[in-house]
Design a protein around this ligand. Structure first.
Ligand code: GSH
Length: 199
């Protein structure tokens, strides 16, 4: 199995953490989405990472589909079985992923648009969305199951990524989330290898 990734990509980190947790061997393929390599576009017409290419050539995206695939493949290593616990995990995962989507949009506005074409109200909207999501995530902390799940990996992805892309924000605004991500490597030691890292 090959995973198209970049070290800073939070969504790719989510998938690599989940694969490591499930003891699934994989080859990491460093991918620059801006360069749109043919191999990436062939595997994922959307041109985004992460993409997993299975040994038979089948390509899977996006991160939620990939994590759900890993869960099925391993007989339920990433998601609880009971309906209530399953639903709680999926909502936390969706919230963490949504925060990440909003922050990425805000960041891309700065990174990829010429200064005179930037639209601050759009950035403000995304930041407000992310802030509401972070407040909700903090409230849902007690809902996290003891066993590692896709909710943990989605949270570790966005919060780990924020710790270098939005340095100091969590500590200043969401101390419980800042403490959670600080403690996460104790629960999941492979975080230092497969968690998000500055490029
Ligand atoms: N919903 C997707 C989001 C993936 C995503 O936004 N990936 C970013 C990197 S973290 C990307 O490929 N960005 C490049 C682009 O948008 O052109 C998932 O869960 O995998």
């Amino acid at each position: 199995m090959r995973v198209f990734y970049s070290s800073a990509s939070p969504f790719a980190a989510k998938v690599r953490m989940a694969a490591s947790h499930c003891d699934l061997p994989f080859e990491s393929v460093a991918t620059d989405t801006m360069a749109e390599p043919a191999e990436l576009l062939f595997a994922n017409p959307l041109g985004k990472i992460p993409v997993v290419v299975l040994d038979d050539g089948m390509a899977l995206y996006d991160s939620r589909v990939i994590c759900d695939y890993f869960d099925k493949l391993t007989g339920g290593q990433l998601l609880p079985q009971g309906l209530e616990a399953f639903t709680r995990v999926k909502v936390i995962e969706a919230c963490a992923d949504g925060i990440c989507d909003a922050l990425i949009l805000a960041l891309y506005e700065e990174r990829y648009r010429p200064e005179d074409k930037r639209h601050q109200p759009w950035v403000d909207k995304q930041m407000a969305r992310a802030d509401r999501g972070l407040a909700a995530l903090e409230k849902m902390l007690p809902d996290l199951p003891e066993k590692l799940s896709t909710a943990h990996f989605a949270m570790a992805s966005v919060l780990g990524w924020m710790s270098f892309r939005f340095k100091g924000k969590l500590e200043a605004e969401r101390p419980a989330l800042a403490a959670w991500i600080k403690a996460f490597p104790e629960k999941f030691p492979a975080f230092s290898q497969v968690g998000p890292r500055p490029a």
